[in-house]
Design a protein around this ligand. Structure first.
Ligand SMILES: C[S@@+](CC[C@H](N)C(=O)[O-])C[C@H]1O[C@@H](n2cnc3c(N)ncnc32)[C@H](O)[C@@H]1O
Length: 247
């Protein structure tokens, strides 16, 4: 399951020194934590191991049935305020039933979430799915809520063949959700159209890798700096042949 979500290094799942998982996020934001694409509970486990702050309530959703089952059997029994739910939408690798919808509403009330985590998830959504789920983010965030989300970004100015409605690059021709890279201007405009804005951004540590954003209700994103990180490589582990069967 670690291979399915990316980093296999045990440190990516631990928080041995107990420091906050998201140091820039204030303690009061942990009232209701919603983890979109929680995988096998990597971030949940780190939150539980951190000395503080502990979520008052945590709900994680993921489209991989086995990872949710594992988290419910192994993490939830020790963490009564944590729950994990299967988000039953289509994914060619992890949930390949073609009858399933491509997206579905978040299973939480409107204006209820104080901290929404989307770590390495929008990096696996098509443009139309990302637009759908950004609508959902705008719906479920409390007025004082914040989303921590990571992204792969590119500059569409370098790709003159792209139409106005084409704003994502897909690297895999058999499963387009393998990795998805969005135009920087598209992200800013798509957030603005939903009354969302980037209040803080951390550029990648390896050029072209994950940008980490803090997104809050309101208008007027900060501008994104250029990506001047050193070049490097960070391909994820090559996946299992039938990842949806892993339990
Ligand atoms: C790279 S993993 C990251 C998992 C977790 N956020 C972490 O940091 O360990 C991406 C996760 O997003 C999930 N995912 C992708 N699209 C999703 C969707 N539409 N709804 C729910 N989960 C999704 C995948 O099943 C996978 O577990």
């Amino acid at each position: 399951m670690r291979e399915l979500v990316g980093p296999t290094d045990p440190e990516a799942f631990d928080q041995p020194a107990g420091e906050p998982v998201f140091p820039t996020i204030a303690a009061e934001q942990y009232a209701f934590v919603f983890d979109f694409g929680c995988g096998c509970g990597r971030v949940a486990r780190k939150l539980a191991l951190a000395a503080a702050p502990m979520p008052d309530r945590y709900v994680g959703i993921d489209l991989h049935r086995g990872m949710i089952q594992w988290a419910n059997e192994n993490l939830a029994p020790q963490l009564p305020q944590f729950s994990f739910a299967h988000h039953n939408v289509f994914n060619g690798g992890f949930n390949p039933d073609p009858q399933l919808p491509l997206a579905a509403p978040f299973p939480v009330d409107s204006a209820s979430v104080t901290l929404l985590i989307a770590w390495s998830v929008f990096t696996h959504l098509t443009q139309s799915q990302a637009e759908y789920y950004l609508d959902e983010v705008a719906r479920v965030l409390r007025p004082n809520g914040v989303m921590v989300a990571s992204w792969f970004l590119f500059d569409k100015a370098h790709f003159p063949m792209m139409h106005d409605f084409q704003n994502a690059l897909y690297i895999n021709d058999t499963d387009v959700t393998n990795a998805v890279i969005f135009d920087r201007q598209w992200l800013l405009a798509t957030l603005e159209a939903r009354d969302l804005r980037i209040r803080a951004v951390t550029p990648p540590e390896i050029r072209g890798f994950q940008w980490v954003t803090e997104i809050v209700p309101g208008r007027g994103s900060i501008s994104l700096p250029s990506d001047d990180a050193p070049f490097g490589r960070m391909p994820p582990p090559v996946g299992a042949t039938a990842p949806h069967e892993i339990r």
